[in-house]
Write a protein that binds this ligand. Structure first.
Ligand code: GCV
Length: 833
C-alpha cells in the first residue's frame, strides 16, 4: 500500500470529525473529503483544468467523474475545457488523440485493449488509454489513488487488464423479481417492461466501470424469450445507451427454444436451416436497436431449460447456430457449462453431479466457434462453501472459457451474513490444474492465456437490486468490488483488495481499517466452519431456499449434492479406485493428490472421499471431532464479530454502523443455530460423543415446550435438527404466554430468546420478569420462509437483566395472520457487560 503520510498528518487525520449519514449507494465511489490538510495539500500542484479530447460519451463520463472526484476529495472544482488552455491541464485522450493534440507528449509503449497510462509530466497530468474505455479506467485509477492518498509522484500508473472479458450477469426477471437477489427488486425491469426510471442503472454502470467491467447481461439465465421480441428491443436500447456512456456492452440471456416460443417455428433444432435463419434475422434486428450489443448468455439442457438434447444435438450445435448469427456483429455467446441431470438416481454410488460439466463438454473441445465461450462455474457443483476448482478449466484446450463466480450470496447467508468471497475465489483462480505441465492456474486458463485462445475471462453473477446499498448489506459490496478488481488483475491479494475497499468505502481510520479488514478476511473460513467444513458442501436446504440448515436435504433426491453421511461414515467417494471416478477428470498430478487419502487436503476430504467418522485428519483430529470443533470455532468467531464491530461505534456513520451491527447480530445467532443443528445431527447419527462434551449440551437453555404454556401448542419442527429439541411452541389460541421459574443464583444475566420470524406476518413479543416488562419487539425481519424452521429461527438478546431465585420469566406472543409468534427456547447466561 502506497501512502505518503507522516506521523503528524496521521494524527491530524484521525481527530474526531462529524460523520455524515450515508446510504451506501455510492459504495466505494464516495470521494470523501480528505480531512488531513497535509495529505490534501500534497495534490495542490495538480492542474486546475481538465481537457477531454473527444466528445464521446465515455470521455464525457471520464471528465465529469474527475470533476466530481476532485470536488469531493479535495474541495476543488476543476474547469472543463475542450482544447488545451494556456496553463497546465489534466489531459484525457486516447493514445491516438494524444499524439495529434500534444505532439510533445511522452511516447506510450503499446498497451492491451482497455489499458491505460497516467503520466505526470512537468506541466500536464495525462490520462491516456488504448480506447475511450481505457481513458475512463485511468481516471478511476487516478481518483482511487488520490482517495488512498498516494503521493503525487506515485500517480504514474500503467495498467492492462488480465483478460478481455470482464462481465457481470444479473438474474433479473422481467416482472421485477430477481432470482437469488437479496438487495430488493430489479433496477432494470418492472411489470414486464424496462423501468421508466433508469437512474439506478446509471449509478450501477458507474460502479461497474470504476472496476473495469465491460459487459453486463441484464436478465435471468432462466430467460424469458420476450426479452428479444420486437416490442422489447427499443426498451433494451434505453439501457444500452446508459451503459454505453460507461464503456459497458449490454448483453441478454436468451431462451434456446425462442425460435419456437416467439419465432412461430415448429422447431428449435439447431441444425434446421429455418432455425439458423431465424437466429440470423433476430440477431440482425437486435443489432439495429443495439449496435454494440455484447452478445448472449445461454442456459440450455439445465434445470429444466430446453436445449439441444431435445433433438439429440450437441451443445456445440446449439452454441454455434447462435454464434454464426452473432459473429458478423462481433457478438459473443456465453454458453453455460452448468449442464447436469437433476433426476439422478441417488442410490447408484457411481452417479455424480460433479462429473457433469466435464462429461458434457470434453468431447466437444475444438468444435465451438471462436466467438463462443463456455462459461464454467468455479467449482463442479454450484457455489458451495468449499469446492475444488472445476477440472473442466484444465481440460478444454481448443475452446474459449470464462469463469463464473457468484457475487450474490445465494449459499452464503443471502446478504444477512458477512462473507467476503475473495479468498475463496483466489484459491480457485490460483489453483494449478497442471493443464500443460505445471504453472497453469485457473485464472490463466479462463483468460485464454494458457492455450492462446482468442477470448476468455471472468463473469460475476451480481444481482444487485433497488436497495440503496445494492445488496441489502453494505459489507456485501466488497464482493462486487473484489470481483471487479480480480477480473482486472487476478494477481491482487485478498488483503490488498479488502484494504482498498475498506478505505474507500468507510474511512482511513486505523481502527476502522483493521477491524473491517479482519472481519472480512476471516469471514469465509468462519462461515465454512459452521455451514460445511471438510468439503461437506453447504448443509443447507438445497431443494428449498438455500438459506437455513437442513443436513439431509441433499440426500435421497436427484439433485446430486450428496454428502452420504450415515451411521458409519461421511463423504462422497469420488476416487477412481472405488468411487465415481470424478478425480480422474483432473490431470495426473492433481488427480494423484486428491485420490490419495493421505495427500488430499483436509478441507476437501469429504468432497473426495467417504471415510469413517474416526478417520484421522492431518491435524491429528478425527473427522467427527473436527466437525464438532469447527462449528464451535465458527460460532465463536461470529460472536466476536459483533464485539469487534461495536468497537467502531462513532467511527462509522450511524446508519451504516447500525445496519451492519444488526446483520452481525443476526449472523452470530445464526451461527449458533447452525452449530447446534449440525452437531446434534452428527452426534445422533454417528453416536460418537464430542470429547470436549459440548455437542448436545446446552447450558442455561430452557426449551419452550418444557415451559408452562398458555395458548401455545407444541409442534414438531422439520427437519428435526432445525429447532432445539426438535420442537417449538406455536401460538394457536391467543392470548399466549410461556412461563418458567428461575431457580439459579441471584445476579445479572443476559436472556437469549430464540423465536421464529416467518415472512407472512409481524408477530409481537414481550419479555417480562415478574410483572416488569424487560423487552418487547416485533418479528418483522425478511427471512425466506413461511414455516417454523431454521430459516425463520432468530434470536433476541435482553442484556443485563437482574434475576433472583423464584423469579417468573414470561414471554408473551401475539401472532399476526399466519405467523404464530413461535418460540424455541430461552437461554440464561451470565451477563457479559
Ligand atoms: C438461475 C443454481 C441456482 C439457480 C440458478 C442456477 C444457475 O441452481 O440455485 O437459481 O438459476 O444455479 O446457475 O443456472
Amino acid at each position: 500500500m502506497k501512502c505518503a503520510l507522516t506521523f503528524v498528518c496521521i494524527t491530524a487525520m484521525f481527530l474526531p470529525v462529524k460523520l455524515t449519514a450515508e446510504t451506501g449507494h455510492d459504495a466505494w465511489l464516495r470521494y470523501a473529503y480528505i480531512n488531513d490538510t497535509v495529505a490534501r495539500e500534497g495534490y495542490a500542484d495538480l492542474p486546475a483544468v481538465v481537457v477531454g479530447f473527444a466528445n464521446s460519451p465515455v470521455i464525457v463520463s471520464a471528465r465529469e467523474e474527475l470533476i466530481r472526484g476532485f470536488r469531493g476529495m479535495l474541495g476543488r472544482t476543476l474547469r472543463a475545457a475542450s482544447t488545451l488552455p494556456n496553463e497546465p491541464a489534466i489531459v484525457l485522450a486516447t493514445i491516438s488523440d494524444l499524439r495529434a493534440a500534444l505532439p510533445g507528449a511522452p511516447r506510450i509503449a503499446p498497451l492491451a485493449e482497455d489499458g491505460f497510462q497516467i503520466i505526470r509530466t512537468g506541466r500536464e497530468l495525462i490520462v491516456t488509454g488504448t480506447n475511450d474505455r481505457g481513458v475512463l479506467y485511468g481516471v478511476f485509477a487516478l481518483l482511487r489513488a488520490i482517495e488512498l492518498q498516494w503521493s503525487e509522484s506515485e500517480l504514474n500508473i500503467r495498467e492492462e487488464p488480465y483478460a478481455p472479458v470482464r462481465w457481470v450477469n444479473e438474474w433479473d426477471n422481467l416482472d421485477g423479481t430477481i432470482e437469488r437477489g437479496y438487495g430488493g427488486r430489479s433496477i432494470f425491469f418492472e411489470n414486464d417492461n424496462v423501468r421508466a426510471d433508469l437512474g439506478p442503472v446509471r449509478d450501477y454502470a458507474r460502479l461497474l466501470a470504476s472496476l473495469g467491467i465491460n459487459g453486463c447481461a441484464i436478465n435471468n439465465v432462466n430467460a424469458n424469450p420476450r426479452v428479444v421480441s420486437a416490442e422489447f428491443l427499443p426498451q433494451l436500447a434505453r439501457i444500452a445507451e446508459i451503459f454505453r456512456a460507461w464503456g459497458i456492452r449490454l448483453a441478454v440471456s436468451v431462451d434456446f427454444s425462442s425460435p419456437q416460443r416467439i419465432g412461430g417455428l415448429d422447431t428449435f433444432d439447431p441444425l434446421d436451416s429455418r432455425v439458423a435463419t431465424w437466429w440470423k434475422t433476430k440477431v440482425g434486428e437486435i443489432y439495429r436497436a443495439v449496435p454494440d450489443l455484447g452478445g448472449f448468455v445461454v442456459k440450455a439442457d439445465s434445470e429444466g431449460r430446453l436445449g439441444p438434447s431435445a433433438y439429440k444435438r450437441t451443445h456445440a450445435d446449439a452454441a454455434n447456430v447462435i454464434a454464426r448469427a452473432l459473429a458478423p456483429h462481433h457478438g459473443l455467446i456465453f454458453y453455460r457449462g452448468f449442464v447436469y441431470d437433476h433426476h439422478m438416481d441417488w442410490r447408484n454410488l457411481k452417479n455424480d453431479r460433479a462429473r457433469a460439466a466435464y462429461d458434457n463438454f470434453i468431447k466437444l473441445d475444438g468444435t465451438f466457434a471462436d466467438n463462443v465461450l463456455v462459461q464454467i462455474k468455479h467449482g463442479p457443483i454450484d457455489f458451495q462453501v468449499r469446492e475444488p476448482a472445476s477440472p473442466l478449466f484444465g481440460a478444454l484446450e481448443k475452446t474459449n472459457e470464462a469463469i463464473e463466480l457468484q457475487i450474490t450470496q445465494e449459499y452464503f447467508g443471502q446478504a444477512r451474513q458477512v462473507v467476503f468471497l475473495i479468498p475463496m475465489w483466489k484459491e480457485a483462480l490460483d489453483f494449478d490444474l497442471h493443464a500443460h505441465g505445471a504453472g497453469t492456474p485457473v485464472k490463466a486458463l479462463a483468460a485464454g492465456k494458457t492455450f492462446n485462445r482468442p477470448s476468455g475471462g471472468f463473469v460475476g453473477v451480481s444481482n444487485v437490486g433497488l436497495d440503496a446499498n445494492w445488496f441489502g448489506n453494505d459489507m456485501s459490496q466488497a464482493n462486487l468490488y473484489g470481483f471487479g478488481r480480480l477480473a482486472w488483475n487476478p494477481n491482487l491479494t485478498s488483503e490488498q483488495i479488502i484494504d482498498e475497499w475498506t478505505r474507500l468505502t468507510f474511512s482511513q481510520g486505523p481502527e476502522v481499517v483493521k477491524t473491517i479488514n479482519s472481519v472480512q478476511l476471516s469471514s469465509w473460513r468462519t462461515f465454512e466452519n459452521y455451514t460445511g467444513p471438510l468439503g461437506l458442501q453447504t448443509l443447507t436446504d438445497i431443494v428449498g431456499n438455500h438459506f437455513g440448515v437442513a443436513v439431509e436435504a441433499s440426500e435421497r433426491n436427484g439433485w446430486g449434492q450428496w454428502h452420504r453421511a450415515d451411521e458409519q461414515g461421511v463423504g462422497m467417494d469420488r476416487t477412481v479406485a472405488t468411487g465415481t471416478g470424478y478425480i480422474g477428470q483432473y490431470r495426473p498430478p492433481v488427480a494423484k493428490m486428491y485420490e490419495s487419502l493421505t495427500e488430499c487436503p483436509d478441507e476437501l476430504l469429504l468432497f473426495m472421499h467417504h471415510v469413517p467418522y474416526t478417520h484421522v485428519l492431518h491435524s491429528g483430529k478425527t473427522v467427527i471431532q473436527q466437525i464438532y470443533d469447527a462449528h464451535y470455532d465458527g460460532a465463536a468467531a461470529a460472536a466476536r464479530y459483533v464485539k469487534e464491530w461495536e468497537s467502531l461505534n462513532g467511527r462509522v456513520d450511524e446508519p451504516r454502523y447500525l445496519a451492519i451491527l444488526a446483520h452481525l447480530q443476526y449472523q452470530a445467532g445464526a451461527a449458533e443455530l447452525w452449530r447446534d443443528a449440525v452437531n446434534t445431527w452428527f452426534l445422533r447419527t454417528s453416536g460418537i460423543p464430542d470429547r470436549t462434551g459440548r455437542a448436545g449440551s446446552f447450558p442455561g437453555r430452557h426449551e419452550a415446550e418444557a415451559m408452562k404454556l398458555t395458548g401455545y401448542s407444541v409442534v414438531d419442527v422439520k427437519p428435526w435438527e432445525a429447532a432445539s429439541g426438535s420442537k417449538a411452541a406455536s401460538c394457536t389460541a391467543p392470548p399466549c404466554a410461556a412461563r418458567m421459574r428461575y431457580d439459579g443464583t441471584a445476579g445479572w444475566y443476559d436472556l437469549y430468546v430464540r423465536y421464529f420470524d416467518q415472512n407472512d406476518g409481524v408477530s409481537r413479543y414481550r419479555l417480562l420478569v415478574g410483572s416488569q416488562l424487560i423487552d418487547e419487539w416485533t418479528a418483522a425481519d425478511r427471512f425466506p420462509t413461511r414455516r417454523i424452521d431454521s430459516s425463520s429461527s432468530t434470536r433476541r438478546i435482553a442484556a443485563g437483566v437482574a434475576l433472583r431465585p423464584g423469579d417468573e420469566i414470561r414471554i408473551e406472543g401475539v401472532p399476526d395472520g399466519p405467523e404464530t409468534a413461535a418460540l424455541d427456547y430461552i437461554e440464561i447466561h451470565q451477563a457479559t457487560k
